[in-house]
Each structure stands twice: as C-alpha cells, then as structure tokens.
Design a protein around this ligand. Sequence first.
Ligand code: HEC
Length: 163
Amino acid sequence: MKRLFRLLLPLVALVLAAAIVLAAAIGDATAQQKPYSPSLGDLMTMTVQPRHTKLGLAAREGNWPYAAYELHELKEAFDRAAKAWPKWRTFSISEMMASVTKEPMAALDQAIKAAASGRVTTAYEQLTAACNTCHRSADRGVIVIQSPLASAFPDQDFRPVKE
Ligand code: HEC
C-alpha cells in the first residue's frame, strides 16, 4: 500500500500542477476579454466595401428597389464608421465623411428614385471618386476603389425581383 502510494504520488502531483496551470490560464483569458473593437480599416472592409460593391452590381442590373435599399445600408455604414472613428490619427473622419460623401450620395439617391440609368452610373462614379478622395486626404492613397469588375457574392442575385 505504501509502495503504491509512493508510486502514485508523482502522478497526483503532476495532475494537480496541470490543473493549477489550466485554471490560471482560464482566469487570464477571462480577465483579458474585451469587447471587440474593429479598426476603421476593419469597418471599411466589413461594412462599407461590400455595400459599395453590391450597390454597383444592383445599379448595373437596373434593380432600383434593391439599389435604394443598399444605398441606405451604405449611408448607415458610413455613419457608424464615422461615429466609431470621429477622429483617425490626425484626421477628422466625421467632417471628411460629410464633406466628400454628401453630394454624390444625394445625387445617387435622386437618380435611383428616378430610375435614370445614365445618371445612376455617373453618380456611382462620383461616389467611388469620393472614396478615393478621402483615402488620399487621409494619407491612404494606396487604397484605390473602383466599380466592381465582377460579383464577390456568387450566392446573391442582383437582378430585379420579378413580380
Ligand atoms: C471620410 C474618409 C473615408 C471615406 C469617405 C471612405 N474611406 Fe475607406 N478608408 C478611410 C481610411 C482613413 C482608411 C484606412 C483605415 C485604417 O487603416 O485603419 C480606409 C480604409 C478602407 C479600406 C481598407 C483597405 C484594405 O484594403 O484593407 C477599404 C476597403 C475602404 N476604405 C473602402 C472604402 C470605400 C469602398 C469607400 C467608398 C464607398 C470608402 N472607403 C470611403 C477613409 C475613408
């Protein structure tokens, strides 16, 4: 019995030590958990860029009800990004956002409501130019946005819904 105990003792000690290390690790992980706070670049990639792409694809298909919906989503994505990052480095994102996007967004809204294909294309190009104006002004001229060349969303149909 004594021998068995002596044999098992190191094993028990090992299991105990492992449990202590594990508990400490779990404690650390819980203590370090902070709410996820995306960078401005994350928000652009996650929320602004896909809306811009989808809007372009819908406009190309003449899908005005969906284009109107997606324009609204883009507006909200801009607003939320500016709210989360009113200031980014030395730049006032909220001011720049308003000054560069307001006009092309309004022109696009009008053109979509009028279902005027040519005007939508022009306004969309102006909006895309606004993305790049801000990137250049914020010293991020390497980020160049263009009209989508292809759909990045193969599981979504951008054609108008047939009634
Ligand atoms: C008010 C200024 C502003 C406007 C308007 C703006 N951006 Fe940005 N964008 C930035 C800044 C600043 C960064 C860099 C942020 C960073 O590095 O964290 C950025 C980053 C990005 C990125 C990440 C780059 C990458 O490849 O990882 C994408 C994509 C992007 N923007 C897309 C767009 C699109 C599309 C539009 C227009 C529909 C747009 N942005 C309009 C300021 C702007």
